[in-house]
Design a protein around this ligand. Structure first.
Ligand code: UDP
Ligand code: MG
Length: 311
């Protein structure tokens, strides 16, 4: 058995060394070989220097450095692309994903599960954040076709079979949570307590989370477009009722005051709806635009020497 641990890193100078030491300690007595694949997602701090020194001291540490920040999704994709192991674990560099779960995950994989998923509870998380997340999952699950669960993120073990299938999915707008669920396979879920990040900052601002949420909804199906159609139909129906009602009223009572207010109100209403749904349509067009360009997901600036070696 050979294990690959894939770790996306963006400005992790404060945690990376500690992360490496923890992994080394955890896997000290293990009876299998492993590699640590670090992806430097365009960090602006000393993350690269730390990767250089770790990989020169320990041949199990390999890295891939991007030319700029391409986002965690691209970093994970690069990681699983380079991973050679027959089991691949995806985890964060900030020790929020407890390395102590690694051995348990491997045990489960050996029982025949192709995805071993770590699920965290939300103890100790900022209230606003966990509230937003709960609302997000409520909304997203009613919209997308794949099942997404709160507390289940990217921390998981994938067998070679699962990884190879994941690599078949070439879309530009990657939404891993959805992709993991889409490929299927036997899943095993391990629960763990939420860990608060000790050093460095979370890279997810509220705005970034919101954008991630929109990505999640829109990259997975076209239900929002269907909502637009239903909504448009309903609005048009009431509009016709209103026009008929006004017409009958005018025939019976005649025109009293020219309806300045109602005119403006209806223009605003229809205008607003049109803008809203044009936005939705635009989102899809934007996505098509990115897909047809067929740009790579990331650009590599440099890699460690050992990245393509088989041992
Ligand atoms: N990360 C990345 N690129 C980004 C943002 C984040 O590679 O653009 C990495 C980051 O270094 C960390 C992981 O993704 O290892 C999770 O990020 P973070 O801890 O900021 O997210 P949170 O745990 O708050 O969801
Ligand atoms: Mg984190």
């Amino acid at each position: 058995m050979r294990l690959s641990i894939v770790v996306p890193c963006y400005n992790e100078e404060q945690t990376l060394e500690k992360f490496y030491i923890t992994i080394r300690e955890t896997l000290r007595d293990c009876n299998f070989s492993y590699e640590l694949i670090l992806i430097n997602d365009g960090s602006k701090d000393k993350t690269q220097q730390i990767m250089d020194s770790l990989s020169s001291k320990d041949s199990r540490v390999r890295f891939v450095s991007f030319s700029k920040n391409f986002g965690k999704e691209a970093a994970m994709l690069a990681g699983i692309t380079y991973a050679k192991g027959n089991n691949v674990i995806l985890m964060d560099a900030d020790l929020q994903h407890p390395p102590s779960l690694i051995l348990e995950m491997i045990e489960k994989a050996e029982l025949g599960y192709d995805q071993v998923i770590a699920k965290r509870n939300r103890n100790g998380e900022a209230f606003s954040r966990s509230l937003f997340t709960r609302i997000y999952y409520k909304i997203i699950n009613s919209l997308v076709d794949v099942e997404l669960t709160d507390g289940i993120g990217d921390f998981r073990l994938l067998t070679r079979k699962a990884v190879d299938n994941l690599l078949q999915l070439k879309e530009f707008n990657r939404f891993s949570k959805g992709l993991f669920s889409w490929i299927g396979f036997n899943e095993y879920i391990i629960e763990y307590d939420n860990v608060v990040r000790e050093n460095g900052d979370s890279k997810w601002s509220f705005k970034r989370l919101l954008n991630y949420g929109i990505d999640g909804v829109i990259s997975f199906n076209n239900k929002p477009l269907r909502i637009a159609i239903y909504f448009g139909l309903i609005v048009t129906f009431f509009d016709i009722l209103y026009v008929l009602f006004m017409l009958i009223r005018i025939v019976i009572y005649g025109v009293d005051v020219p309806g300045y207010f109602t005119t403006i109100a209806s223009i605003l209403l229809i205008g607003g709806l049109q803008l809203f749904f044009m936005g939705i349509v635009g989102e899809y067009i934007g996505r098509i635009y990115y897909e047809v360009k067929k740009r790579p997901h990331y650009i590599i600036q440099k890699t460690s020497e050992m990245i393509d070696s088989e041992d």
